[in-house]
Design a protein around this ligand. Structure first.
Ligand code: SLL
Length: 161
């Protein structure tokens, strides 16, 4: 295939974590969750306002802390749905988020990093943080991923969404 010369296409998405402390009323701890776990949380990659991104982003590998069983999670895209991993735990750590693009792209996977936040404090410049209802700790980033001179087949894919 050939590259589309002089062309750049970007696709927006966001990624981040949402955590909730266990609470008998607002977030009861499910049976089987270890005693030392204090929070439920999720990490996700998704389109803006529910937009589908699976036509160009096919798989996401989330690498969690090694203390978590099966800490490497490969999530296949399902049309219209976010890429998400839900877990419980007690500590914060850096999550690596590896993005795998449509096969025809010939693009190498790209890795992002996101700090799982359980407690509401501090933030970096790019990070949006808010404390939502029920003491949710929300931390997320916006990304506009730029594809420079995509291959023709991938150009078709990118402009089909
Ligand atoms: C810290 N450096 O000390 C971090 C490590 C690890 C968090 C945090 C375990 C969950 C599980 C868990 O929450 N690990 O056992 O499934 O804060």
């Amino acid at each position: 295939g050939k590259r589309v010369k002089g062309t750049q296409i970007s696709r927006p998405f966001c990624y981040g974590t949402t955590a909730r402390p266990f609470d008998p009323v607002s977030n009861p701890k499910p049976a089987g969750v270890p005693d030392d776990h204090t929070h439920s949380w999720e990490v996700y990659v998704r389109g803006i306002d529910g937009a589908d991104i699976t036509y160009w982003l096919r798989r996401v590998q989330f690498k969690l802390h090694e203390s978590i069983p099966n800490h490497v999670r490969m999530i296949e895209g399902v049309q219209g749905q976010p890429f998400v991993v839900k877990e419980t735990g007690w500590g914060e750590f850096e999550i690596s988020i590896k993005l795998y693009f449509a096969a025809e792209s010939n693009e190498k996977p790209q890795t992002l990093y996101h700090h799982l936040r359980l407690h509401p404090y501090g933030k970096t410049d790019q990070e949006k943080e808010a404390t939502g209802k029920n003491n949710e700790v929300i931390s997320w980033c916006y990304e506009d991923l730029l594809f420079n001179e995509p291959y023709e087949a991938f150009y078709e894919t990118l402009t089909s969404g």
